[in-house]
Design a protein around this ligand. Structure first.
Ligand code: G6P
Length: 474
């Protein structure tokens, strides 16, 4: 039986199946997974996650009890849940990604959406079932008094469901996203909003990446549930139980990141990129193609910068790595298309025979991303809203001289803001001006800011984050 367990929708690995039926294993993507995989595995934490694709389902079906590590995969302790595809699809795409993610990132186009009818009621039922499947698996795997760390908006109901099953466990929930203010959170149907909040309050400890998101959660519990909050002690009392609220920032492990970033595949990507861009300055961005990442406004800011600063024509390249994400959702497919359209317009307007002003790449390649970080002069991170943003932390660790242009709406701004160039993500002229400031920043200043950024970014590596979570359950 396990004494420490971690549950999240996406696991540390995913599988693809080739035409001849062969399974290939890859590392999972996104902030949560990149932060936690190394360490969960080293510490022997049992990770419970969902099968996301046909490849994953194939792998799970060949592994007794869904234990991929017992089936010979080098994953660390890992149980993958084979949830019925239709249920999974409604829980993950319709509820988690199209509803809870949209609410917490304030992404709705309000005159047109959301609207909640009978279809949503069915989707919500699936979200309950999916959360229930996690609760049952955790209840089966956890030893007496074990500590269970439930992650993110996919699993808001699991803490309460698990507590009902196994009152002996100590349960934490952690949100890797922002939290919406009550007036926006209450776009959700009242019963759904209540269930989400009560679900998380089923935990002993509810964690957030910054104080801002923790306060917003407390505001919601106070206003929507009538719960009692103590802002000094950071507790919420509801129906006779008290949940502690924690703020635990997540940073990067500099040594581990460097270990990977020195590998030969990264070095060869650097050589290729150098060949492509020559000695020109590099403005880099690396994101999932995600609505909240604000890639289109970022491109338009670069376009404004080029228009305002002809002296930089031929001397700078914007490297945009926007790897695919959540392509089952039409909004994401359309968004990818507008990123591509906008990039093409910039190319058409400014490219010359010997200068490509912008290189857009939409395939995921971790080694190439690390290469880009190492070469960056400027890193652009301009989300409209973001729980933390690990790109803003990884970049300064790997680049010796990068200046960071950072959205004030990213959780990371709380720690990095002082040494970054903060921007309002909606203000593309302001962002264009910041790109220019970043490019012309004197060498001494960029190096000293970069050192401060790297120090702040590595102050709370995943190991400390996890330890703080576990201590909070002690
Ligand atoms: C964010 C979420 C994670 C999620 C990641 C990637 O970082 O907080 O929970 O795993 O995005 O999204 P995906 O839908 O591909 O898992």
């Amino acid at each position: 039986m396990n004494s420490v367990l971690l549950a999240s929708n996406r696991g540390p690995v995913s599988f693809t199946v080739s035409d001849d039926g062969e399974l290939t294993m890859r590392r999972g993507g996104g902030g949560l997974v990149s932060g936690l995989s190394g360490i969960a595995r080293k510490d022997g934490v049992l990770w419970v996650c969902a099968a996301l694709s046909d490849g994953d389902r194939n792998a799970v079906r060949l592994a007794a009890g869904g234990r991929l590590d017992h089936a010979g995969y080098d994953t660390g302790p890992l149980r993958m849940l084979d949830i019925a595809p239709a249920t999974f699809h409604r829980a993950y795409n319709a509820v988690a990604n199209s509803t809870l993610w949209f609410v917490n990132h304030l992404l709705y186009d309000i005159p047109n959406s959301p609207s909640f009818g009978t279809r949503f009621a069915r989707e919500w039922e699936s979200y309950r079932d999916y959360n229930g499947a996690f609760a049952m698996a955790l209840a089966e795997e956890a030893g007496h008094g074990a500590r269970v760390m439930v992650q993110d908006y996919h699993l808001t109901l699991t803490p309460a469901l698990l507590r009902a099953e196994r009152p002996d466990l100590r349960i934490a929930h952690f949100s890797h996203t922002p939290w919406a203010p009550p007036e926006y959170f209450s776009l959700l149907p009242d019963d759904v909003a209540g269930e989400v909040l009560e679900g998380i309050l089923g935990a002993d400890h509810a964690g957030f990446l910054t104080d801002r998101w923790a306060q917003a959660f407390m505001d919601c519990c106070e206003r929507l549930l009538g719960a009692e909050t103590d802002r000094v002690a950071r507790t919420i009392t509801y129906q006779g139980r008290t949940t502690r609220i924690g703020v635990h920032s997540l940073g990067v492990d500099g040594a581990e990141l460097w270990e990977r970033a020195r590998e030969p595949d990264v070095e060869s990507h650097m050589a290729v990129l150098r060949e492509q861009v020559g000695e020109r300055r590099l403005i880099v961005r690396i994101d999932r193609t995600e609505l909240s990442k604000n890639i289109v406004r970022g491109l338009n800011a670069y376009r404004e910068f080029l228009a305002a600063h002809p002296e930089w024509h031929g001397r700078v390249v914007h490297l945009v790595f926007a790897y695919p994400s959540r392509h089952d959702l039409p909004e994401y497919r359309e968004y990818t298309a507008s990123v591509q359209r906008c990039a093409k317009e910039i190319e058409d307007e400014y490219a010359t025979e010997d200068w490509e002003p912008l290189i857009l790449n939409v395939e995921d390649d971790y080694a190439r991303s690390l290469a880009a970080y190492r070469m960056a002069d400027v890193l652009l991170v301009n989300p409209v809203r973001d729980g933390m943003n690990l790109v803003a932390k990884e970049g300064p660790v790997l680049s010796p001289r990068c200046a960071l242009v950072l959205s004030r709406e990213a959780g990371a701004a709380a720690e990095l803001g002082e040494h970054a160039l903060l921007v309002n993500p909606y203000d593309i002229s302001g962002t264009a001006a910041a790109l220019h400031t970043a490019l012309v920043m004197p060498e001494d200043e960029r190096r000293s800011r970069r050192d401060e950024l790297a120090a702040a970014a590595t102050a709370l590596p995943p190991r400390k984050w996890l330890a703080a979570q576990l201590d909070a359950l002690a």
